[in-house]
Design a protein around this ligand. Structure first.
Ligand code: SAM
Length: 310
């Protein structure tokens, strides 16, 4: 497979490189904004402070800092488990959003000056076991919501990736407790074949007397599985909206390399290569011709060989 094959298979991957975005996900946030006017919505006068949870490699942070524009460092706070290459105007925190210490670090930053927008594009390492993946995804979303309840200003907006699985109505119900409007949106750049969608929650309006509490996760681990199905009057059905111009590219299709018809295709390298990818060790071994080769004691330094032969 040549390096152009992904450009053919995934038009948004290609367009992201050509437009200087670090990841194709940038188009998801842009298309959500086209539909919901996230930066100037009905509930907000204008976004000046935002949090990007699960931000690496950083294309959503790029969009946020461009949209907020020229506000200086600290107006966008980006958080991820993985290290992220620096971005001008974006303050970065490396940490796990489900951990109390990370949540506290983010909240500290916003004390006295709350955020207008919290976004979370978090995804767990997918196992292929749907129940496990959906559960992990829900945990990330709820960790993000918990952080949002500490940092959002009234009227603020929360956008989070959601897997439309079996228990999704419980999540919608929890979101509806805190926001006057909750919708489920699917941007054109998100593949139809993926259960991914985005919960778009506008008008932050917590119940009277609600006190954010980091020590109490919003999902109760001991909940009754029947309650989880939420039937009858407790069942919340939220509107489902597809967004992004219908004439824009279809993320499930392959496109020829001459997109414009006739204009010559030129390969564009990724905007920001991963800074410490998990496959780095394999690449180093491959360069040395040692990948997938048995390591024999005679190939090892003397001290290791001694250990192996013991
Ligand atoms: N929105 C990003 C962008 O535009 O570049 C892409 C995000 S990527 C789809 C999902 C990210 O979630 C990964 O970088 C992963 O490290 C992060 N993540 C997963 N679990 C996390 C956790 N518990 N805390 C922080 N980040 C997490």
């Amino acid at each position: 497979m040549g390096r152009t094959s992904k450009d053919k298979r995934d038009v948004y991957y290609r367009l992201a490189k050509e437009n200087g975005w670090r990841a194709r996900s940038a188009f998801k946030l842009l298309q959500l904004d086209e539909e919901f006017h996230l930066f100037q919505g009905p509930h907000l006068a204008g976004v000046t402070r935002a949090v990007d949870l699960c931000a690496a490699p950083g294309s959503w942070s790029q969009v946020l800092s461009q949209k907020i524009g020229g506000q200086g460092s600290g107006h966008v706070v980006a958080v991820d488990l993985q290290a992220m290459a620096p971005l001008p105007g974006v303050l970065q925190i490396q940490g796990d959003i489900t951990q109390l210490s990370t949540a506290k670090e983010i909240i500290q930053h916003f004390e006295g000056r709350p955020a207008d927008l919290v976004v979370c594009d978090g995804a767990p390492d997918v196992t292929g076991l749907h129940d496990v993946d959906e559960y992990m995804q829900a945990q990330l979303l709820l960790a993000a919501l918990n952080i949002a309840t500490h940092v959002l200003k009234p009227g603020g907006c929360f956008v989070a990736k959601i897997f439309r699985g079996r228990d999704v109505t419980l999540i919608y119900s929890q979101l509806r407790v805190f926001f006057s409007s909750v919708l489920c949106a699917k941007p054109r750049s998100s593949r139809n074949s993926s259960i991914e969608a985005f919960a778009v929650c506008q008008g932050y309006d917590p119940p009277e007397g609600f006190l954010p509490d980091l020590t109490k996760p919003l999902l109760d681990h001991s909940y009754d599985p029947d309650f989880n199905q939420l039937d009858g009057p407790t069942r919340i059905i939220v509107p489902f909206v597809t967004c992004g111009d219908l004439s824009s590219y279809d993320s499930d299709r392959s496109y020829p390399l001459d997109l414009e018809g006739g204009s010559e295709y030129k390969y564009t390298p990724p905007t920001q290569p991963p800074i410490s990818p998990p496959y780095q060790e394999a690449c180093t071994l491959k360069k040395k011709g040692r990948l997938a080769k048995e390591i024999r004691p005679q190939d090892c330094p003397i001290s290791t060989a001694d250990t192996l032969s013991q």
